[in-house]
Write a protein that binds this ligand. Structure first.
Ligand SMILES: Cc1cc2nc3c(=O)[nH]c(=O)nc-3n(C[C@H](O)[C@H](O)[C@H](O)COP(=O)(O)OP(=O)(O)OC[C@H]3O[C@@H](n4cnc5c(N)ncnc54)[C@H](O)[C@@H]3O)c2cc1C
Length: 389
């Protein structure tokens, strides 16, 4: 792996920084992606469109699908800068480009690639992910949503929950059981579901930040064209694992953590706190942890560039990155003291309330996309070759 960037890549990073300095709305609150309200959502979507106009959403995709045909390293640089600058995200630069598009690119038919990839590149269609169910989270193979073939369609019935942006997405990548008699891992399939399909109901869920930060999707005989089956029927479980591996590559999260520490160090400096040796050590320790998380995510980009699907490496990156995010937010609460509890929009907060929002958002990051325990299982089994427990 090459740890350096070429002069062209460094120039590209500077171009992105210049763009962000000019284009992030001055009143952008920095709220966590899945919690943004309607006004913030409109701001974030407008920002998505500016990124799309530059072709930055899908830099590493082939030109025929709306990409720029550039390398995964440029894609990584872009996402790193988005995360570091708390850039607005209306979904345009996360789910679609990061894991739905790559799944379609890898397993989808030519027709699906032509239909679904260009609108993701243009930031026009937002995607959500309908994998988890009330009795199938870590053990996704147990999912019970049924998909029954009926002529040229599949008829889907069941319940998905904890779907981020379920109410705003045009499309959902959804997993369902197509063969109830096969062993549980071998009877699942993956579909592309339009969210306005009759029989699809989206309901808000009660979660920590507020009612409606996550969404339940009820499927009641929702009909999906057979042409929207992704890959092979009954191979869905294995495809879902690839989707998760793409999803766990979040350089933007690692970079956001580095920014939190940089901001805390600057704040400590202005408040005369840097004389406190214990705090200095904590900040230094977290700066190192954030840097390690960044490097682990660089490794994933390097693998993607080499045409590989990251595997246990993505689990290592996720485990370290999400832990660092939680620890950085907790340190922030300590540094800001009582001010850390002021919410976004409170003018008395030294950071506009970003940290309190981040701290609450961080509670779930070691659960979303596969819990830390599951990442450790993946590392043990696929990485170290240990037997299943
Ligand atoms: C904020 C948020 C957003 C989410 N967004 C989405 C989304 O957009 N789309 C989607 O499909 N899902 C989403 N999820 C669901 C998420 O993927 C699941 O919550 C997660 O996989 C854990 O599943 P579970 O909640 O059913 O917990 P369980 O699987 O019931 O786990 C409970 C506990 O048992 C542990 N455990 C379970 N099995 C093992 C094992 N084999 N070894 C060791 N420990 C184990 C877990 O680590 C956990 O601590 C989201 C979840 C949250 C909280």
């Amino acid at each position: 792996m090459d740890f350096g960037f070429t002069p062209e890549q460094q120039a590209f990073r500077q171009e992105i920084r210049d763009f962000l300095a000019k284009e992030i709305p001055p009143d952008w609150c920095g709220r966590h992606f899945t919690w943004i309200n309607e006004e913030e959502w409109r701001q974030a979507r407008a920002f998505d469109r500016k990124l799309a106009a530059r072709g930055w959403l899908t830099l590493a995709w082939p030109k025929e699908y709306g990409g720029q045909g550039r390398s995964h390293i440029e894609q990584l640089i872009f996402l790193e800068e988005m995360g570091y600058h708390h850039a607005p995200n209306g979904g345009g630069w996360s789910h679609g480009p990061v894991f739905v598009g790559p799944t379609i690119m890898h397993y989808g038919s030519l027709e699906q690639k032509r239909r679904f990839l260009p609108p993701i590149s243009r930031g026009e269609e937002i995607w959500c992910q309908g994998f988890s169910e009330p009795d199938a989270g870590s053990d996704l193979a147990s999912l019970q949503t049924r998909a029954v073939r009926d002529g040229d369609e599949y008829v889907l019935s069941g319940e998905k929950h904890f779907v981020g942006q379920g109410h705003r997405s045009e499309w959902c990548i959804v997993a369902a059981r197509t063969d109830p008699h096969a062993p549980k891992h071998r009877g699942l399939s993956m579909f592309l579901l339009h969210m306005r399909t009759p029989g699809v109901t989206v309901n808000p869920m009660h979660t920590l930040p507020r009612y409606g930060a996550q969404w339940q999707i009820l499927l009641d005989n929702a009909r999906v064209p057979a042409s929207h089956l992704v890959g092979e029927e009954n191979r869905g479980f294995y495809q879902m694992m690839s989707t998760m591996d793409f999803e766990r590559n979040r350089i933007d999260h690692a970079a956001e953590t580095a920014r939190v520490i940089d901001d805390l160090a600057a704040y400590a400096g202005t408040r005369g706190l840097s004389a406190n040796a214990v705090l200095r050590h904590k900040l230094a320790e977290m700066a190192v942890e954030a840097r390690v998380a960044i490097l682990l995510n660089y490794r994933i980009a390097w693998q993607l560039n080499a045409g590989k699907i990251p595997n246990y490496e993505a689990s290592i990156a996720k485990l370290v990155t999400e832990r660092a995010r939680q620890r950085a937010a907790a340190l922030g609460m300590e540094v800001l003291g009582l001010h850390s509890q002021l919410a976004i929009g409170d003018s008395r907060s030294p950071d506009g309330g970003k940290l309190s929002d981040l701290y609450l958002a961080m509670v779930s990051v070691t659960i979303v996309g596969g819990t830390s325990e599951i990442q450790r299982n993946v590392i043990a089994q696929r990485g170290l070759g240990l037997p299943r427990g």
